[in-house]
Design a protein around this ligand. Sequence first.
Ligand SMILES: Cc1ncc(C[n+]2csc(CCOP(=O)(O)OP(=O)(O)O)c2C)c(N)n1
Length: 572
Amino acid sequence: MNRKLLSGDEAIARGAWEAGCRVAAAYPGTPSTEILESLAGYDGVYCEWSVNEKVALEVALGAATSGVRSLAAMKHVGLNVAADPFFSAAYIGSNGGLVVVTADDPGLHSSQNEQDNRWYGMAAKVPVLCPSDSQEAKDLTGLAFDISEEFDIPVLLRITTRIAHSSTVVELGERAEHPPRGYVKRPTKTIILPAFARARHVDLEGRVDRLRAYAEKTPWNRAEPGDSNLGIICDGVAYQYAREVFPGASFLKLGMVHPFPVELVRRFAAGVSELVAVEETDPFIELQVRALGLAVTGKDRLPRWHELSPRVVRRSLTESEPPPEPEQGLPNRPPALCPGCPHAGLFYALQRQPVIVGGDIGCYTLGALPPHEAMDSCIDMGASITFAHGADKALGKDDKRRRVAIIGDSTFFHSGITGLVNTAYNKSDVITIIADNRTTGMTGHQQHPGTGRTLSGEPTVEVDTARLARACGIEKVVEVDPYRPTETRKRLRELFEEPGPAVVVSKRPCALLVRLQDPPKSVDREKCVACKTCLRLGCPALTMKDGKSHIVATLCAGCGMCADVCPKGAIS
Ligand SMILES: Cc1ncc(C[n+]2csc(CCOP(=O)(O)OP(=O)(O)O)c2C)c(N)n1
C-alpha cells in the first residue's frame, strides 16, 4: 500500500489532485499557504496565487461554472475578504465541483483573530466538513467535490492550524479524472439579478434540505459507542483531544457539522447520561444541540478562546490538574525583524516624527513594537491607507501630525489599491508608504504581481508600484532606499512639511531573498560614545557589550544601516 506522512495541507492538495481538480487559486495565509504550494507540484491542475481571496474564490467559481473541479484556499480571515462571492456562490451552485478551504487559527499562532468559520457555512447555507487528521483531510476533500457536484453547491472544508500543520500517515490513491462538463449558458442560475436570485434562494433551501437528509446518513457522521455515562459530540482536532482524555466514552464524531444531523444527535443523546460538546473555538455544535432542547455542557466548562489540547480538555472537564506543560519556565522571545531587514531602516526614519501611522499586516507589523514604535493601528489587510484617511478627515488641519500609512507590496496588491484610489478621490492628505521588499515576506516568500513570477516560477508581467500609485490618482510619488535610513528620514521630513498626498515607495528586496555581498560590520570601540542610536534600528545583530555597541558577526547581514545612522562614524 502506498502510504506517506503528509501534513493536513499537503493531504488536501493530494485529495484535490486525486479528485481530479483542474483549477486552484489562493492567496497565501498561515496556516493555509502550503495547500497551493503543494498542489502546484502535481500535473494536470492549474494553480495560481491570486491577488486576494475574493479574487481566488471568483476564479475558482468561474472555473467550476465552466465545468471543471476547482478549489479556493485561504486562511480564516481570507473568507471575510471572499465573503461576497462565497454567499453568491451558494445561490449559483457548481457545475464542476467547487471546494473552498478555510484554515482557521485557534490560538492566533499567526493571525489577528480567532474567528470560527463554521458559522460562514451556516450563514451562507453551505455544507461544512471538518477533518480530524491528514487522512480525513484528504478523504473529505474528495468527498467535498462529490457533494458539490451532487447537490449543486460549494462546500466549505474547515481545518485548523493543528490539522493543517501536523503530519499523519495518509494512504495515497490514483487520480480520478473527471472530464470537463463544459460551459453551458444558464443565465437564471449564474446571474444573480434579483428576479433570478429570488428563485435561486428557494432552490438553495431545497438543496440544503436534501443535504440535511444526507448529513443524517453519511458515514462521516458516526457514533462510536462506549461508556453510556459520558457522550462526547465533537469535530476536527477536538475529537483527537477528547479521545485521548476519555478513551472509554461514547463519541459522536461529526465530519459534517452543517447541515446538522438532528436525528442522529437525538438518538446519540438518548443513549448517554451526560452529553458534552468538545469543539474549537465557538459553541457551534453545542448551540445546535441546545436548540433541540437537549441538555448539553460545553463552553460553560471549556474555554471559548485559544486552542484546546488534551491538557485543557482534561483540566476543564475533570478538574484534575495535569502535569505542567514543558514550555513553562522558558523565557519569552518576542518576534524581531531579521538582520538586514529593509523595514528596519524605514521604521528608523519614521521614529519620533510628528505622525499618526496607519499600519497594516505583514512582517512590517513588527514596526509597532519597541524599539520602532512606528505604528498606531493594525486592523486587517489594506486598512492602513483607509485608517489614515479616516483619521485625516476626523482631525482636520488643526492637528499638525501628518497622517501616514505603511503597507507592504503584497498587501498593496491585495487590498491597498482601492484605499489609495479612495484617498486620491476624496482629497486626503495621507502619505502612503509602500514597503516594497519584492515579495510576500511574512508567509514565506510567495510571488505576487510585483515580483515578475507566477506561482510556478514562470516569468510574467512585473506590475510597477510607483506607476500604479500614479494611476490611482497620486501625483507625487517618490522612491527611497531604506538601506539609507538617514537620507530616507530627511526625505520623509521634507514630505511631511509639504501639503498634499504622496506615495513613497521604500524599495529594497527582503534580506532573506538576496545574499548581501558586504562582510559583517564591526564597531570601533574608541569612537563609539554609547549613544545607542544604532540600537534604534532594532537589529538582532546589534547589542551592548562592556558599555559600547557591539555587532554579533554571525548574525550581521552586512547591510550597513547601522553604519549609516551612527553619528560618530564608529561602524564600518
Ligand atoms: C485576509 C488575509 N489574508 C492573508 C493574510 C496573511 N498575510 C498577512 S500579511 C500578508 C502579506 C505580507 O506581505 P507584504 O505585504 O509584502 O509584507 P512583508 O511581509 O513582505 O513585509 C499575508 C499574506 C492575512 N493576515 N489576512
